[in-house]
Design a protein around this ligand. Structure first.
Ligand SMILES: [Zn+2]
Length: 134
């Protein structure tokens, strides 16, 4: 299921949504803070442009809100298990902790999910690169 050709593969491995070969980011590691926001501007294998228009990733923000709730909820559940109650402050702490720990992952995954909504896998893309328009 996580093989090449599935959108999950492209998202989890941060690969080009079209050929599943090229990396999406300069630093393609999920939890690394180093240059985490630097996306490549096109695929090095099939030449797919990653940002077809300015503001393309505006909507990815909503995806990242969704992704942030997962670790936040996990922390909240942990707090409930340990202290038996959840206060507004502990909720805020859970949110900040999630952002601090997972910001690079959330940023990258939300962009990978976003671009995968619009661009589909093309098995022949890697062998017949798109002409690079400008
Ligand atoms: Zn590609």
């Amino acid at each position: 299921m996580l093989g090449k050709g599935s959108k999950l593969y492209s998202i989890a491995k941060l690969k080009c949504p079209r050929c599943h070969e090229g990396d999406l980011f300069e630093n393609n590691s999920l939890l690394s803070w180093s240059r985490f926001s630097q996306m490549k501007d096109h695929c090095s294998v099939c030449q797919q442009v990653y940002e077809p228009e300015p503001g393309y990733y505006y909507g990815a923000m909503y995806v990242s809100y969704g992704l942030t709730t997962a670790p936040t909820l996990a922390f909240v559940v942990l707090m409930m298990l340990y202290s038996g109650e959840v206060t507004l402050w502990s909720l805020m702490a859970a949110l900040v902790l999630s952002l601090v720990l997972f910001l690079p992952a959330i940023f990258k995954l939300s962009r990978a999910i976003w671009i995968n909504i619009f661009i589909s896998y093309n098995p022949t893309a890697a062998s017949s690169p798109q002409a690079r328009g400008h």
